[in-house]
Design a protein around this ligand. Structure first.
Ligand SMILES: CC(C)(COP(=O)(O)OP(=O)(O)OC[C@H]1O[C@@H](n2cnc3c(N)ncnc32)[C@H](O)[C@@H]1OP(=O)(O)O)[C@@H](O)C(=O)NCCC(=O)NCCS
Length: 162
């Protein structure tokens, strides 16, 4: 059963549970090691937000700040907690925290077959800038394009009722 939902800042002490959540959210082969999660959470340039249901980590958003840009490294929500506004809550909170850092633009890349994520990003004002052909390798030998997306940071509110 879901407990009280709250957003928390994560640091390297949270790397094991962040890596576990990430692994539960992505296909085998796309997960991050505990080590790369720790390095990312340790970096001064990372904004790392977690969503907790009670004391359980159920959402994660990692953004790397390189002013004037910032890159979404990952956003993920536990499969049992999706479509309840968790990613939206994390994203909205991150936008408010990025305000003082002189960030003009948010960027990301996403697998072209990840329709849930593309839909989430489009709803939040991201447009498509281009494609990197066959960028993501899949288990079993296939490859899928990366879609490059970005949006200005200031002055955007997400589309309601999308
Ligand atoms: C993409 C992801 C983070 C969305 O998380 P979520 O908490 O379920 O998203 P929210 O509930 O906040 O959804 C907000 C809006 O995004 C869009 N959206 C989210 N999931 C969607 C889906 N499966 N299909 C279509 N639209 C979707 C909808 O517009 C949704 O609003 P609505 O529910 O009112 O229609 C989640 O599906 C996930 O963790 N996927 C696996 C990890 C991943 O691929 N991450 C992105 C690449 S780094």
């Amino acid at each position: 059963m879901a407990g009280r939902r709250s957003i928390v800042l994560l640091n390297e002490e949270n790397s094991a549970r962040a890596a576990m959540l990430h692994a539960a959210c992505f296909d085998v082969g796309s997960e991050w090691s505990a080590r790369s999660m720790r390095e990312t959470l340790k970096a001064q340039t990372t904004l790392a937000l977690g969503l907790e249901d009670g004391d359980r980590l159920t959402g994660l958003l990692l953004i790397q700040r390189v002013p004037p840009d910032a890159e979404i490294l990952t956003i993920c929500v536990h499969p049992g907690r999706r479509r309840s506004g968790a990613a939206q809550q994390l994203f909205d909170h991150a936008v408010t925290l990025l305000g003082p850092y002189g960030i003009d633009r948010l960027m990301l890349d996403v697998a072209g077959d990840n329709l849930a994520a593309i839909s989430f990003y489009e709803r939040n004002g991201f447009g498509r800038d281009g494609v990197r052909k066959n960028y993501y390798r899949r288990e079993g030998g296939g490859a899928v394009d990366a879609v490059l997306m970005s949006r200005p940071l200031a002055g955007h509110t997400h589309k309601s009722g999308a």
